[in-house]
Design a protein around this ligand. Sequence first.
Ligand SMILES: CSC[C@H]1O[C@H](OP(=O)(O)O)[C@H](O)[C@@H]1O
Ligand code: ADE
Length: 342
Amino acid sequence: MGYPPLMREGAPLIGVIGGSGLYKLDNLHVIKTISASTPWGSPSSPITIAKLDTAKGPITVAFISRHGPAHNIAPSNVPARANIAALKHLGVKAIVAFSAVGSLREEVRPGDIIVPDQIIDRTKGIRPSTFFDGAMVGHAMFGEPFDKQLSEFIVPHIESAINSFPDHINPSDVPRLHKERTLVVMEGPQFSTRAESNMYRSFGGDIINMSSIPEAKLAREAELSYALVCTSTDYDAWRMGEAPVTVEEVMKTLTTNASLSKHITASILEAVHEAVASQSVLTTAEGSMKYSLMTNHSHVSPSELYKLKYILPAYFPYDAPRWKGEHVNTEDHDDSTASEKV
Ligand SMILES: CSC[C@H]1O[C@H](OP(=O)(O)O)[C@H](O)[C@@H]1O
Ligand SMILES: Nc1ncnc2[nH]cnc12
């Protein structure tokens, strides 16, 4: 006896997490929505399963809106554990997440796209940031916070997508693509002071957001390949003589850039799907937790072990604990008849 699958067949291998401004993938055909309930609560939004028709047949993708479709979840309150757990339990193997970021560098202009390779964590410990906070102790490797193979794999495909995007605001000045950059993740929700913004620059930060911790950490713990595609929306607060960032400024760029993010998603999906399905490049995440788990299972309660089965069934192959009072909150919401275009 175990958790019922969230989808009985055709589960997507790729998950997309949309950030500010990217609340749905309405350039793809949504075939169903799933209201998942995980041992860590409900995700930020129903998971939409969208279809892309390719020459080799249709492929599917699972989409979650990080702040909810109405953007009513603040960055510190995003149920990141539920989001990652639901995608993993669904059968997703790789996540491409999107984020709106401030730029800490002159050459990273608003509108540019960045695939970062490092993170400086400036969150303040108020977000649940591990699946291993019960009796099972685990220490995930995080020296490379993004999946290197996945990030490097998507860069040329994003480059082509930018070049093939038909609706650039200024066709003679298309967004640049930056890689190997360092992302600062701050707590928020307020933006940084000028002094903080300059401090992050002196740390070596190139871009800044409020979202990617703990998302990236949790993806690693759940053995998911995770890469981040950032849209620069502003110059944060470090530029003297210029007003510090405001939401108005962020949203102006985001509104014009949401369609580029959707185009990037649709353009890279087939290649990422093929790479994941054939395991040709994405091999590092799976198995990465094997030697990271410290605690002998005999010291962990059956309910805790069963909870962890939801994300890592290979290491926690246990049946549901059945004695009185034990309850694991999961439901099957697979509604194969639901078909809608949102
Ligand atoms: C709307 S400005 C600040 C907000 O935007 C970014 O969100 P996301 O990463 O989900 O695109 C940033 O991280 C903040 O949460
Ligand atoms: N300047 C900024 N600081 C933090 N998060 C952001 N998201 C977009 N712009 C940002």
